[in-house]
Write a protein that binds this ligand. Structure first.
Ligand SMILES: *Cc1c(COP(=O)(O)O)cnc(C)c1O
Length: 578
């Protein structure tokens, strides 16, 4: 059996150049297999062991430059970079500011599998709106009790599916929905979605479509009571990309009133308050969090003591910042002295919401001088320019009057904070496939931590030539090596229950990161979004064979030094073997 170690080095190598450091870490890890295992285990499952450091803007640009240079393709398509360090730091911010609120990430906002896996590994729960979203989350090994089925109108077949797989918490706001649930999933715990005053100044309001009106609340509760359905709480959404957070106070008051109405009607005591989404990351978040806390204190002062559970469904808060999109310039025209550029993603793809949703567009131009040179354009003179997307739709205009330097075909435009409602809403119009945009991961581990996957020779062969060589696709939820391929061996190797299956392990809702759970998929190379280069991989395996080592430590292709590092590893292993 070989051992595959995948080591996040890309970012590491920007900071460190001494091979001594690598040797030091490897030696200390190998000195005792036991300590090795204990280091590997917790590092993956408790976020505290993996630092929540994010790339600086310069490091991010350097990372993107290295991808452009490493790919050496004639014409590269657009690609995303997902910085998992940002995901971890956002969850830290959430836990720090709203420790009493369990986040159920709204999957629709960005269902990138690597991102979902990181969220799952960190212990968050999920808001799913369809059978397919539930399937995606369950396929990560997440237990169904970490899912809320938060679509107020669900197809009957999806309700049946939820019942079958044990998703037992769902929202409703109509009598018709209660009837369907009574028929297909009568044991389901229900949250009544209520319409709340639309005072949040949000970019997107939900009231016209979702939530029971004040006068509908009593008849709905009575219908649920008559049908012996179990209404356990209330949910609402103040609007996506809200700016006035007093809306939380009004909404939480409306929820409290609904709790009281239910009690007066003689329904069992409600005990779940779902405050929905609407959060943005950054300085506005603390403002939103304190509005929530003030309102909770005011309207549910004895909340925790009475067993009240508080949950939220943040989407944008978690998904926006971790993703950066790199696009390249396809064409150029100068008209009335205004420079116009065409790029290879646009309004039918990742930027479909840009006009309404991303008024704060941050775009970094990169000049591509070919061979070894992708340069930032810092200090160059700019002029107001237009940027078009690639399709034949005149609406496909991404930016107007945006200051850019003089750029050429094959230069790049990098769009920051582009994860929320971007790739998930893009389509394939004109044959420009949003779903085919690859995602590169940054920061999926940190200095000194390793991802270990034991592989049999058969698995190694299956790595060649191409199974893992594909980029990790944003929308794919299938990867070539499924859980059954690795799970049993993972179990053999680990032999420890905390790494095996099952999840609802009484993790404290107050601390979403305190969740010791890891599905086998989470440690597979594709699961980690790793893109392996087949020719380099062949080279490495050949090299290992020559040395007839039985354990193979793979250092991810990352930079010019990767072979040096790999040789160091092999030397140490070789010494150990003898
Ligand atoms: C879209 C949606 C969310 C996420 O909203 P954000 O504003 O992105 O946080 C949460 N809950 C429900 C029911 C939604 O439809």
């Amino acid at each position: 059996m070989a051992l595959l170690i995948i080591w996040e080095t890309r970012t590491l190598l920007y900071n460190l150049s001494s091979s001594f450091v690598y040797r030091g870490i490897i030696n200390s890890l190998l000195s005792s297999p036991k300590s090795f295992q204990t280091m590997v285990g917790p590092a993956m499952v408790t976020e505290k062991r993996v630092a929540a450091t994010r790339l600086s803007k310069d490091e991010l640009i350097a990372f993107i430059q290295s991808i452009i240079l490493n790919e050496q393709q004639e014409e590269m398509g657009p690609f995303y970079v997902l910085d998992l360090g940002v995901v971890r730091s956002l969850l830290d911010a959430w836990t720090l500011n709203l420790p009493m609120v369990q986040p159920f990430y709204a999957v629709k906002c960005n269902p990138n599998p690597a991102f979902l896996k990181e969220m799952a590994a960190l212990g968050t729960s999920f808001d799913c709106a369809s059978r397919a979203e539930i399937q995606t989350i369950l396929s990560l090994g997440v237990s169904p009790d970490r899912i809320v089925f938060a679509n107020t109108c669900k197809p009957e077949s999806h309700i049946k599916y939820a019942a079958k797989v044990g998703v037992n918490l769902a929202t409703f706001d109509s009598k018709c929905e209660l009837e369907k649930i009574k028929k297909w999933h009568p044991k389901c715990a229900l949250l009544m979605r209520i319409q709340v005053p639309e005072t949040s100044g949000a970019a997107f309001l939900f009231g016209s479509k979702f939530g029971a009106l004040p006068e509908e609340i009593v008849p709905l509760l009575q219908s649920a009571q008559a049908a012996e359905l179990n209404v356990v709480g209330v949910s609402f959404h103040i609007g996506s990309r809200a700016i006035n957070y007093h809306a939380f106070e009004e909404a939480i008051l409306a929820a409290k009133t609904t709790f009281e109405t239910a009690a007066q009607l003689g329904l069992p005591k409600m005990h779940i308050l779902n405050i929905g989404g609407g959060f943005t990351s950054g300085p506005k978040f603390t403002e939103a969090a304190s509005a929530v806390k003030v309102a909770l204190q005011k309207y549910f002062p004895n909340g925790p003591a009475t067993g009240l559970k508080i949950m939220a469904e943040p989407g944008r808060f978690f998904a926006n910042e971790p993703f950066t999109l790199a696009t390249s310039i396809l064409g150029k025209r100068i008209r009335n002295e205004i420079k116009e550029y065409w790029i290879n993603d646009g309004m039918s793809g990742s930027m479909n919401y840009l006009k309404y949703d991303h008024d704060d567009v941050i775009c970094t131009p990169l000049a591509n001088y070919g061979s070894n040179d992708v340069m930032t354009c810092k200090g160059l003179k700019t002029s107001d320019s237009t940027v078009f997307g690639p399709t034949c739709d005149p609406e496909d205009t991404v930016l107007e009057g945006y200051p850019l330097p003089d750029l050429q075909v094959n230069d790049w435009l990098v769009f920051h904070n582009l994860g929320a409602y971007t790739s998930s809403r893009g389509n394939d119009f004109n044959g420009f496939k949003t779903s085919a945009i690859p995602t590169y991961l940054a920061n999926f581990g940190c200095f000194g931590f390793f991802f270990v996957i034991p592989l049999s020779p058969r698995h190694i062969r299956s790595l060649l030539p191409g199974a893992f060589a594909r980029p990790f696709r944003g929308k794919s939820t299938r990867w070539p090596c499924s859980s059954d391929c690795l799970s049993s061996r993972w179990g053999d190797f680990q032999g420890q229950s905390h790494f095996a299956t099952s999840s609802s392990n009484g993790a404290k809702p107050s601390s979403p990161t305190f969740h010791s759970y890891m599905a086998p998929e989470l440690v597979s190379p594709e699961g980690l979004g790793i893109k392996l280069n087949p020719s380099k991989l062949l080279h490495i395996f050949k090299f290992a064979e020559e040395l007839s080592i039985s354990k193979l430590y793979y250092v991810r292709k990352c930079c010019k030094n990767y072979e040096i590092i790999f040789k160091e590893l092999v030397k140490i292993l070789h010494r150990k073997a003898n």
